[in-house]
Design a protein around this ligand. Structure first.
Ligand code: NAD
Ligand code: DAU
Length: 354
């Protein structure tokens, strides 16, 4: 049995579904169900006794301690976080609370639990911390991609809070010997991503004939990785990663935001042409830039590739096609996530009233 935090979010739910399919062993899923947490992401596991859902906060030490003592997991995979950069600019407090204080509280409870484990179980235990490439800051056009030794230089409240959590995880290894692993991954895309993030936002706006908002000049670069490939990488690191090490995860797949949006539009033009006959790209609209917008992220993934033999299975083309298809096929899921809170966010960020 493993404990997953944040398993009702985008990557966590993909991870649990893949884990149960491949490992066949049970998962306790601790998730607060913030606006980003959604049990509809896990309907594939309804009635499956291998998935035990607990609604709760990682900051609640008493709850975490009880879950650890009762279920005795052999590993913790820690996804729970506030994850959206734009929200961290509007309101950083939640990011400090969950990403820093929450990770600290989880580490404290884990340390107490791990220290009390008998020899072989103590030896085998792992704490895997899921982090981001954003902790490394922003690259110039000719800079080498981020490696595991690139100095930290986080620029947004989100990335600063993730960087702080990475440092705490590292310190718990060096000071207490806690058996930790950290992964720093690039931008994910795929099924179940909340439509505040670029790719699902563009798909939904296009289908609704709404403007496709491009921040600044649209030439910011991200490295894009299909979510299923991120999940297999985490499984590899959990199984074979060296204790105390960090592993960068990426797809060698740098794209400008404009490239990404044009790719989404052309797949949609093919799969579900607009009723008015216009190409979806005609909806592209340049809007005010994100404050402090990082220009370029790129990942040097050689360490995980060479040491653990991991490679992504999807190309950007195959992964994007699967993703667009998934959103076209899941109108009910979309309807559920775009009510209520979602509308408030879109109004606040883009000034829309509907
Ligand atoms: P998400 O926002 O979709 O999901 C986060 C989940 O955490 C939600 O289910 C939410 O309810 C839960 N949560 C939030 N606060 C909590 C708390 N205090 N206690 C318990 N649960 C809480 O995020 P995501 O995109 O799935 O990202 C998951 C992790 O991966 C994050 O740590 C993020 O920093 C990291 N990451 C994301 C990406 C990406 O492209 N999305 C890339 C690299 C790393
Ligand atoms: O790099 C990993 C990170 O990727 C993760 O740690 C974060 O959790 C995840 O949200 C993501 O961060 P980004 O800020 O890169 O993702 P987002 O989808 O918000 O934006 C991608 C790019 O698209 C970025 O350059 C901003 C731009 N953008 C985004 C939105 C929402 C737009 O141009 N218009 C938009 O409306």
């Amino acid at each position: 049995m493993i404990l997953v935090t944040g398993g009702a979010g985008f990557i966590g739910s993909n991870f649990i579904i893949d884990w149960i399919a491949s490992e066949q062993t049970p998962v306790i899923n601790l998730d607060k169900l913030t606006y980003a947490g959604n049990l509809n992401n896990l309907t594939a596991l309804q009635g499956d006794a291998r998935h035990v859902f607990v609604q709760g906060d990682i900051c609640d030490g008493a709850l975490v301690g009880r879950l650890l003592r009762e279920h005795k997991p052999r590993a913790i995979v820690h996804f729970a976080a506030e994850s959206h950069v734009d929200r961290s600019i509007h309101g950083p407090a939640e990011f400090i609370q969950t990403n820093i204080n929450g990770t600290f509280s989880l580490l404290e409870e884990t340390r107490a639990y791990w220290q009390g484990l008998p020899g072989a179980e103590k030896e085998a235990f792992r704490f895997l911390h899921v982090s981001t490439d954003e902790v490394y800051g922003s690259l110039g056009p000719d800079d080498a991609p981020f490696s595991e030794t690139t100095p930290y230089a986080p620029n947004s409240p989100y990335s600063a809070s993730k960087a702080a959590s990475d440092h705490l995880v590292r310190a718990y290894h060096h000071t207490y010997g806690l058996p930790v692993l950290t992964t720093n991954c690039s931008n994910n895309y795929g099924a179940y991503q909340f439509p505040e993030k670029l790719i699902p936002l563009i798909i939904l706006n296009a289908l609704n004939g709404k403007p496709l908002p491009i921040y600044g000049d649209g030439l910011n670069v991200r490295d894009w990785l299909y979510v299923g490939d991120h999940c297999t990488a985490i499984q590899e690191v959990l199984a074979k990663g060296r204790l105390g090490e960090t592993y960068n995860i990426g797809g060698w797949n740098e794209k400008t935001n404009l490239d990404v949006v044009h790719t989404v539009c052309s797949i949609l033009d093919e799969l579900q042409p607009a009723a008015n006959g216009n190409p979806y790209a005609s909806l592209i609209t340049y809007v005010k830039d994100r404050p402090g917008h990082d220009r370029r992220y790129a990942i040097d993934a050689r360490k995980i590739e060479h040491e653990l033999g991991w490679k992504p299975a999807e190309t950007f083309e195959t992964g994007m096609r699967k993703t667009v298809r998934w959103y076209l096929d899941h109108a009910k899921w979309i309807q559920n996530v775009t009510s209520g809170e979602y509308r408030n966010w879109i109004g606040k960020q883009y000034g829309e009233t509907s």
